[in-house]
Ligand binder design. Structure first.
Ligand code: AMP
Length: 283
């Protein structure tokens, strides 16, 4: 039987489609900003495995970009995205306009205290308010049983899980592993900004994380010593460190004693491009 992928532009149509969500029809949802790569597609594949209806949204949410950030230059290729999602037999692509999502006079915002002002929230103070708000709206519009999200954005998942719990949304986040290029660089739509030379230097992120995992394997238990080594490796590649931390995966607070699940998280700039990466310290 041939399969069609339908593009939906309005909230009214999207909401009417998933009102059929029930025990037999699990709705899986993958929110994205488009310019899709294998990382995004891994989320779609996970959703296809477990859900009868799969919806992918493509929406570059202006409210999560700071004034001096890359909203205008954020990469886009809608036709290619549609081709990739059609090949994976996605059922619906939700592709709304800014007017649809933030009509004139829009006033309501969601803030998840504390978790949103640390790590990436320090240098991107409005980012997670924008993310929480758009994801809350998308949950209400799409009404998914499950949302598939990448561990690449580790802090984002922690914040959205808290929002879902605190606001009693009837959905569940399924975190999926980071997909990397063969040489270790975590896939990101923003990697296209990197020059050839910056792209090479950026390999210090995954390399420093691997080094940190080895230190832990070799019984290093002092988080500070590990953080210093990671920072050295990144500085040798001329990366400008925003933060390097080892945190508790649930509270996102700095770890004083390490467990397998303690998370190495970092954000580093190469030229104008800010990259993030993370992994658990244990195997
Ligand atoms: P974005 O389009 O950057 O907003 O990302 C949409 C979703 O894809 C988020 O849940 C991201 O965490 C996820 N994602 C982005 N890059 C990767 C990656 N390299 N591996 C796994 N998931 C990813």
């Amino acid at each position: 039987m041939s399969h069609t992928t339908k593009i939906v532009n309005t909230i009214a149509e999207m909401s009417s489609i998933t009102s059929i969500r029930n025990h037999e029809h699990k709705v899986g949802f993958v929110p994205t900003m488009g310019f899709l790569h294998e990382g995004h597609l891994s989320l779609v594949k996970a959703a296809k495995e477990n859900c009868q209806i799969v919806i992918v949204s493509i929406y570059i949410n202006p409210s999560q970009f700071g004034k001096d950030e890359d909203l205008d230059s954020y990469p886009r290729n809608f036709e290619k995205d549609v081709r990739l999602l059609t090949a994976l037999k996605v059922d619906y692509i939700f592709f709304p306009s800014n007017e649809e999502m933030y009509p004139n006079g829009y006033k309501t915002w969601i803030e998840v205290d504390e978790l949103s002002s640390i790590l990436c929230g320090k240098s991107r103070p409005i980012h997670f308010k924008g993310v929480a708000t758009i994801v809350a709206k998308l949950i209400n519009i799409v009404n998914p049983n499950f949302m598939y999200m990448g561990a690449k954005d580790f802090q984002q998942i922690a914040i959205l899980k808290k929002m879902i719990k605190d606001l009693n949304f009837q959905t569940e986040i399924i975190p999926c592993p980071i997909v990397r290029e063969e040489d270790g660089l975590a896939m990101s739509s923003r990697n296209v900004y990197l020059s050839k030379e910056e792209r090479l230097r950026a390999l210090s992120l995954s390399k420093s994380i691997l080094f940190a995992k080895k230190m832990f394997l070799n019984m290093e238990t002092d988080p500070e010593k590990i953080i210093i080594k990671i920072s050295e490796i990144i500085q040798q590649s001329n990366g400008k460190i925003d933060y390097v931390e080892i945190i508790n995966p649930d509270t996102l607070q700095k770890e004083t004693s390490l467990t397998n699940e303690s998370r190495i998280v970092l954000a580093v700039k190469f030229g104008k491009t800010r990259l993030i990466d993370n992994d658990k310290i244990g195997l």
